[in-house]
Design a protein around this ligand. Sequence first.
Ligand code: LLP
Length: 422
Amino acid sequence: PETARATCDGQLLVGGVDLAELAGRFGTPVLAVDATDVRSRCRAYREALPGVEIAYAAKAFLCRAMARLVDQEGLAMDVCSGGEVAVAAAAGFPGERMMLHGNVKTDEDLKTALAVGVGRIVLDSLEEIPTLAAVVPTRQQVLLRVVPGVDAGTHAGLTTGTEDQKFGLSITTGAAAEAVRRVLARPELELVGLHCHIGSQVRSVRRYVDAAERMVAFLAEISREHGVELPQLDIGGGHAVAYGPDEQSLDLAAFGRTVPAAVAGACRWHGLQVPRLTVEPGRALVARAGVTVYRVAAVKHGVHRTFVAVDGGMSDNPRPALYGARYPVRRFGRPERVRSVPVTVVGRHCESSDVLAEETLLPEDIAAGDLLAVPCSGAYHASLSSTYNQVGRPPVVAVASGAAVPMLRRETVEDLLHRDAG
Ligand code: LLP
């Protein structure tokens, strides 16, 4: 985070809070989220993209305090289940500023979303059209998720804009055009725009331009065929974040200069009015604000490698196992007086793929009891966490101006037993 500070005696402060003290107070592992950092990134998005709607993708990290923060910063919210709707609504986040996504929306999801007066619903299949039309209390604003046929140039598991995948309706197969016809024929549904999302960890502004131009061409087709100009275009999220020094974030300023201008240019070319743009960043708003603190439990010197085992692992961070994600790791809490050596940081779970960092440098006197900090833990850590091996999920604590305020408490054995029907 922007407010992180390390001192020469090994102290590490985030948001003015000493992480060793935080570990002492909340135990380990613990996830600290720098609330000031999240707020400043929300503001940076609004400044870089004036006139563009910024919808926080709640799947990156959601709890009531987070929903309140997003609300205070004036953002909209992308939610993709009844659960996300309910948590945001419990924080007082207004339903009309929520947009419901998902390639599968259960009756329960729809019921919860409609009960809070969800602003827009993004339709993802032909089947959803009559299902939704049958249950909406009043005329419901909808968007159609369309496959732009653009490869985002990211990890295969994070690619969602190419043909032949589970999200959205294909222009190529005619499914998208068919969906437009069916939605326009339904008086219960008001088609306000198109949506696409090309993937996650996308570094290239060019790929967003390609996707947006494809969407504008389809808006022009709709206008020619039906005589309607749809007023909104949501080009999704997926803005890349650098997890380490050898990675690159998406250049927000370049995105802001380029993408809205490209959309306006394409609209002029097609003779269309310029739709209101929406972007849906999740990771880019919260990833860098989070730091996970672990305690070293054991150090083993193998024949070829040294293993440093910590008290968390794939249950609080499955990203290395899922996407081959790499994280820098740093020891703190005592001065660095010795040279660093390559070690493998592993978790506590009963899987050999439970590796948090492969061949990373740590001081050679690393020992049980030491504290380790893993940065860039704010997105898709808490939200992807599990209770594998019946290990309770770690607490999430907001740190700002020297104060630590719990957002989620540690999950206890009582919590785990609570849903056990006996
Ligand atoms: N909009 C839609 C429709 C999405 O599906 C997603 C992410 C986003 C926005 C936000 O993407 P972001 O800006 O956070 O990259 N678990 C993976 C990421 C999966 C993203 C799923 N959809 C990870 O840990 O890398």
